[in-house]
Design a protein around this ligand. Sequence first.
Ligand code: SF4
Ligand code: SF4
Length: 396
Amino acid sequence: MCKETAMFLKEQPVYLGKCEDYTAGEIEALLRDALATLGFEEKVRGEQVVIKPNLVRKMAPELGGTTHPVMLDVLIRLLLEMGAQSVLVAESPGGVYSPGALSSVYTGCGIAAVVKQAGGNLNYDCSYGTLSCPDGEKTKNFQVITPILKARVAINLCKLKSHGMMMLSAGAKNLFGTIPGVMKFEMHARFPDSGDFAGMLADLNAALARERSVLTVCDGIVGMEGNGPTGGNPRRMGVVLVSENPFNLDLAAQQLLSMKEDAPLTAEGIRRGYCPANAQELDFPAYRPEQLAVKDFKMPDTERTSTLQKVLTVHNGRYARFFEPRPKIGRDCRGCLECVRSCPKKTIEVVTDKKGRKRARIVHDGCIKCYCCQELCPFGCVKIEKNPLISLVSRL
Ligand code: SF4
Ligand code: SF4
């Protein structure tokens, strides 16, 4: 990221608003105030705005893992009222990126009819192009879905969630969904270490911010805690965060949730100077995180908690793979094979049980602990299993 962009982003305030539920009127008042306070209204006028929601897979909105339809409804109407020429909703969910798969996710997440009624459009164009990233530390270019590539103004409409691999899924992580379909699995295979993966995501965020205005709106009215981003439990938090800098927003979210350590992507943002090291240094024009603190937010089972685990993962990951929590496919596996198709390392095999039913089984030698299988299993059959030695030490 060039110095000017980094400076501009670093100074961006984080608007933290309070909103108890998905009542359209309350959300509208909050977003109207946030966009006016942050001066984003002017950037919208006359533009073809693209909203990038969080539709990781087909899921009912009340589960807290995907963009709530009311957020989209209110945002689209507001953008059009503020003078946007058009509003397009574009996402690349996990799995195949095709018009049929998009249609199924739009309907399954309950947004298809809502977007149309609000006056917006849903993207079915599955082409993509190259986004160059000349200053990238991990990669110099990305393949990105066409609507985002062409957009001059975009809204990164994310959820506030825990995340198995990256600990936090909020602003900066959501933009991973601009990479088309199964190419996301290729990125997991290229960057198996969470620190390297965070570096790649920081490159992506920087490249997207170079030529377009991106406003991040993070829905934490009901988000997800525990084994997010899809296998955790819905958590009512009653907040919405808005900022032009997703790293500032994530830093504020971490404080809101009282996270003990920086998530890998936030740590990378701090290292690169995309955000300050401490949320206290941020500008909050509405509420401050300590005023709306979320108590006892549950982190995923993959969180590195024990001293032993931290020590063992220091040596360039040499021992980390063995001691890190690993995915385990439960007996309730229905043999849909979605995880087999999603595994970046192709380390899930298909077996037939005594009753002749197909089931998935992980060959752990090749597993990079990306937890894509857990994220994309439609039936929640992939659990996280802690290493018994680490569990024992943690209890002592
Ligand atoms: S088995 Fe699961 S966690 Fe392991 S590499 Fe495959 S998708 Fe990732
Ligand atoms: S673990 Fe889940 S995704 Fe994999 S085959 Fe079984 S039901 Fe399907």
